[in-house]
Design a protein around this ligand. Structure first.
Ligand code: AMP
Length: 280
């Protein structure tokens, strides 16, 4: 496995790699969720590149950029064991050199849900993903359903800007108790960790209601909210959404693929999760 930290070296390296080439962008602190993306990429491509970059421009000023977990040595060992060919791990200065001043601004899709709570977040995501794609030139790029809105924004970005990459979605990997794996789960106290699977139970309730014939989106939202509100360790609920899976517009009735999603705060930790109901 090769590890490179400059744009020029990474672009040079991939020029001589067999195709198809799959890219798995990550912010490191890898867990089984990331590894599911890597394994899928390994199955489908002759060359697999993983990137590790904690992207400062997608963090708000009050967010956890400084404390975001980092463990490069462990990450490299995990990626090597999965048969990754290249790890591209640039420094912030390599990605945003002095004078950097061009941004990829996603549209309305990025203003809802996470975008409403984290202004500028998806501009940072869209910009860094565009740059990673330009450096690594993959045929396919792999993203987790865990970050459902990010996936929708990137699909639209690839379509709108003719990026020529196939965006592949990988299902959310969960712990045995239902909690979606996330690098930020390490922030949780043991008590918070024990309570956190309530998020999965709440989303599952919406799924079960829908399977039982409940198509009213407001009813599904209240069912999710009701379960979350019963957990005292959840200090705030940023949103509970039942939205069209592609446009992320809030629905009145669920009669096609819908994303049921929520973001909650437990102490200093913000957790997001979603579940797609209605097919898709
Ligand atoms: P991150 O390092 O948090 O930026 O995540 C890198 C990629 O891994 C993103 O496409 C995420 O959606 C994906 N990912 C993170 N957690 C999970 C999970 N539990 N299951 C599946 N994919 C995940």
């Amino acid at each position: 496995m090769q590890t490179l930290s400059t744009n020029i070296a990474a672009t040079d390296y991939v020029r001589s790699c067999p195709r198809p080439l799959g890219l798995v962008p990550t912010m490191g602190a890898l867990h089984e969720g990331h590894l599911a993306l890597v394994r899928r990429a390994r199955e489908e491509n002759a060359t697999v590149v993983a990137s590790i970059f904690v992207n400062p421009t997608q963090f708000g000023p009050q967010e956890d950029l400084a404390t975001y977990p980092r463990d490069m040595e462990r990450d490299l060992a995990l990626l090597e064991a999965e048969g990754v060919n290249l790890v591209y791990a640039p420094s912030p200065e390599e990605v945003y050199p002095p004078g950097f001043d061009t941004w990829v601004e996603p549209g309305a899709l990025a203003e809802r849900l996470e975008g409403a709570v984290r202004p500028g977040h998806f501009r940072g995501v869209a910009t860094v993903v565009t740059k990673l794609l330009n450096v690594v030139t993959p045929d396919r790029a792999y993203f987790g359903q865990k970050d459902g809105q990010q996936l929708a924004v990137i699909r639209q970005l690839a379509r709108d800007l003719n990026l020529g990459v196939e965006v592949v979605a990988v299902p959310t990997v969960r712990d045995a108790d239902g909690l979606a794996l996330s690098s930020r789960n390490t922030y949780l106290t043991p008590e918070q960790r024990a309570a956190a699977p309530v998020i999965y139970r709440a989303l599952s309730e919406a799924g079960n209601l829908w399977l039982g014939g409940e198509g009213n989106a407001a009813t599904l939202r209240s069912a999710v909210r009701c379960i979350l509100e019963a957990e005292p360790l959840i200090e705030a609920i940023d949103y509970v959404s039942v939205a069209d899976a592609t446009s992320l517009l809030e629905l009145v009735r669920v009669d096609g693929p819908a994303m049921v999603s929520t973001a909650v705060r437990m102490g200093r930790t913000r957790l997001i999760d979603n579940m797609v109901v209605g097919g898709g």
